[in-house]
Design a protein. Structure first.
Length: 221
């Protein structure tokens, strides 16, 4: 009996070892998961992403990609937990912060979303942080908060790049403020007076853009 038990134990050990040896490399599992994800086959991708997380629990990327797939499946609360894990593992990764913010938004966790956005502004206060705050405030229909954040981005930028001007133009379009939309498009045109897309928008608004139509952005010296 004792010998039989020992032999059984050895057989189980060997079988377990063979099973482990037969496991596919995690890089292949992840590649298959991404293949399904980018084809919109989220249900097929889900168990593969879960396997990657099980095998790479300390990797931020694994949690982020699982969270991204959960968002696509409409499982916002679960996605939020994965995105928080990814961000906590790599707090300086912009994609992971955006993923966490998207998950907060999808889960209806407005308080946590704004706490995170405000923390970024207090911690860094970059143009991108203010633009991001404005974007999410717009998505939540908080027009006053969005405008303040976008104006803050333009002020910090000091008229050095077109992005804050275009963000403000887009915002003013959503609230039906034609005059300010035109004004910000004229400022955006300062950086490239022959920008075809901006010119098309201005013509759509009944304007005739030309060399004298551009405006120097507010704050630019």
């Amino acid at each position: 009996m004792r010998r039989a038990a020992v032999l059984t134990g050895l057989m189980l050990t060997i079988a377990g070892g063979l099973t482990g040896c037969g496991a596919r490399p995690v890089s292949m599992v992840r590649a298959d998961a991404n293949y399904h994800y980018f084809r919109g086959e989220f249900a097929e991708a889900q168990p593969l992403y879960e396997e990657v997380v099980d095998r790479r629990a300390a990797h931020a990327e694994a949690h982020y990609e699982l969270g991204r797939n959960l968002l696509a499946l409409g499982r916002a609360s679960e996605a939020r937990e994965q995105m928080i894990l990814a961000y906590n593992l790599e707090p300086h990764n912009e994609a992971y912060f955006e993923g966490m913010a998207d998950a907060y938004l999808a889960a209806g966790d407005e308080e946590a979303l704004f706490n995170a956005l405000e923390h970024q502004i207090r911690d860094r206060g970059s143009v991108e942080d203010y633009l991001r705050f404005g974007k999410y405030a717009q998505k939540l229909g908080q027009a006053d908060e969005a405008e303040r954040a976008l104006l803050g981005a333009a002020e910090i930028d000091g008229g050095q790049t077109p992005e804050p001007q275009l963000a403000l133009a887009d915002f003013y379009r959503t609230v039906g403020d034609r005059e300010n939309e035109i004004r910000r498009l004229r400022m955006a045109l300062w950086f490239n007076p022959s920008d075809a897309e901006i010119e098309a928008r201005l013509r759509e608004l009944g304007q005739v853009p030309g060399p004298t139509f551009v405006l120097q952005p507010v704050g630019r010296e």
